[in-house]
Design a protein around this ligand. Structure first.
Ligand SMILES: NC(=O)C1=CN([C@@H]2O[C@H](COP(=O)(O)OP(=O)(O)OC[C@H]3O[C@@H](n4cnc5c(N)ncnc54)[C@H](OP(=O)(O)O)[C@@H]3O)[C@@H](O)[C@H]2O)C=CC1
Ligand SMILES: CC(=O)[C@@H](O)[C@H](O)COP(=O)(O)O
Ligand SMILES: [Mn+2]
Length: 394
């Protein structure tokens, strides 16, 4: 039977890879809705190819432009805009790909969870912000949550099917979360102080959106992923070890109490975890080239350096503080990364702003969405104040 799919963040890197996989299997999947923030032209092109029932944009003006453009092309897609519309399309399809970047994904992803859908979680910021609440909602609604972030999808594949309820119940004592080390893995502090946004976005192995690319370069991506792994697999932060593996061929590993270490490998192409999430527990073809181990040649491993890359340490500390601290970490990081991409602050100021915000805010239990969103706002305001203070003082 054909399943309907909503792609939240359809115009992005994950969104377009998802649509590539879906288009290979028209007998299995039909697109219900595609969403974007403001990329109207790109969304129009996707509507021409994938013919969704609904297209959603953030603003009214963009939505009016798209409505006219679709009518001119004789396309029947209905257009809507705003967060309520995002939540409606998230709740309405059998499968929902959560691929909006940042905290904006939280509310629509929770709408998909509450509707009990199959939720393919590429976005990591939502789970970092709301971990306990998010996982409780998954358990209560019966939603099927499948991790798409490559490392978490790899770990999911390395664990037994029935791993819910804690790692120790399935004989696992450690998760080995691999990190490429990013484009600056071997750079010293002097060079790190002068990096440009384009250098930070030139990831050695993956082609991704600009925000996650900067996070990879600062190792904040690995910090967010550490928190993500704790919630997805019911692990303590001590059970998650970050291993730098520059080739990004091993996507992560699970270590068992009998000494076995199971790894998931493949070329760095997000269509593999996306297809795994779409078809699980079945497997479908993706167009990803077979892994050529002779071309890969070698697999290297090293420990992360938290002196040059303090974001990883800050994320671990936020997880240890608990409550709303990860939401504050995420919000401050989003503000700082946007400022770096706009060339308002140097790369190494990102962790300084995040640390200031984490230190100054009083963290409370993250037991309601209200508390989490309130902390998100407070941390953004504080990060903005810190940013402006630094700009004024030159
Ligand atoms: N790219 C990758 O390989 C991986 C990504 N992820 C995670 O997946 C998520 C998406 O990443 P990626 O695809 O790289 O990001 P992109 O920047 O490429 O795409 C982001 C998508 O979200 C939309 N969007 C942005 N802001 C908003 C908003 N405020 N409201 C509604 N829609 C919005 C964008 O629309 P518009 O085009 O209009 O701006 C676009 O469709 C991130 O959370 C990332 O961490 C995880 C693992 C791998
Ligand atoms: C593809 C993916 O999952 C990214 O999150 C990737 O992990 C980024 O690479 P880093 O290991 O450099 O953060
Ligand atoms: Mn990842």
């Amino acid at each position: 039977m054909t399943q309907t799919v909503t792609v939240l963040g359809a115009t992005g890197s994950i969104g377009t890879s998802t649509l590539d996989v879906i288009a290979r299997h028209p007998e299995r999947y039909r697109v219900h809705a595609l969403t974007a923030q403001s990329s109207c032209q790109a969304l129009l092109e996707l509507c021409r190819v994938h013919r969704p029932e609904v297209a959603v944009l953030s603003g009214a003006e963009d939505a009016h432009w798209l409505t006219r453009a679709l009518a001119d092309s004789d396309l029947p897609t209905r257009v809507a805009y705003g967060e309520t519309a995002l939540c409606e399309v998230a709740a309405a399809a059998d499968i929902v790909m959560s691929a909006i970047v940042g905290a904006a994904a939280l509310t629509p992803t929770l709408a998909a969870v509450r509707a009990g859908r199959r939720v393919l979680l590429a976005n990591k910021e939502a789970l970092v912000m709301s971990g306990a609440l998010f996982m409780r909602e998954v358990a209560e609604s019966g939603a099927v949550l499948l991790p798409i972030d490559s490392e978490h999808n790899a770990i999911f594949q390395c664990l037994p099917h029935h791993h819910r309820g804690g790692l120790s119940r399935c004989g696992v004592n450690r998760l080995l979360l691999t990190a490429s080390g990013g484009p600056f893995r071997e750079w010293d502090m002097t060079r790190l102080a002068r990096v440009t946004p384009d250098q930070a976005c030139a990831h050695p192995n993956w082609s991704m959106g600009r925000k996650i690319s900067v996070d990879s370069a600062s190792l904040m991506n690995k910090g967010l992923e550490l928190i993500e792994a704790c919630w997805l697999f019911d692990a303590t932060h001590e059970q998650v070890e970050v291993v730098v593996h520059p080739q990004s061929v091993i996507h992560s590993m699970a270590a068992y109490i009998d000494g076995s270490v199971i790894a998931q490998m493949g070329n760095p192409d997000m269509r593999t975890p996306i297809a795994h999430g779409l078809a699980w527990p079945e497997r479908i073809e993706t167009g990803v080239a077979p892994l050529d181990l002779f071309a890969t040649g070698r697999l290297d491993f090293e420990a992360p350096d938290v002196t040059r890359f303090p974001c990883l340490r800050l994320a671990r500390e936020a997880m240890m503080i608990g409550g709303t601290a990860p939401a504050a970490l995420n919000a401050a990081n989003e503000v700082a990364v946007a400022a770096f991409l706009a060339e308002r602050i140097p790369f190494m100021t990102i962790p300084i702003i995040v640390e200031r915000v984490l230190e100054q805010l009083a963290h409370v239990p993250a037991d309601s969405l209200e508390h989490i969103l309130d902390m998100d706002r407070q941390a953004r305001d504080m990060a903005t104040v810190e940013l402006e203070r630094r700009e004024r003082s030159g």
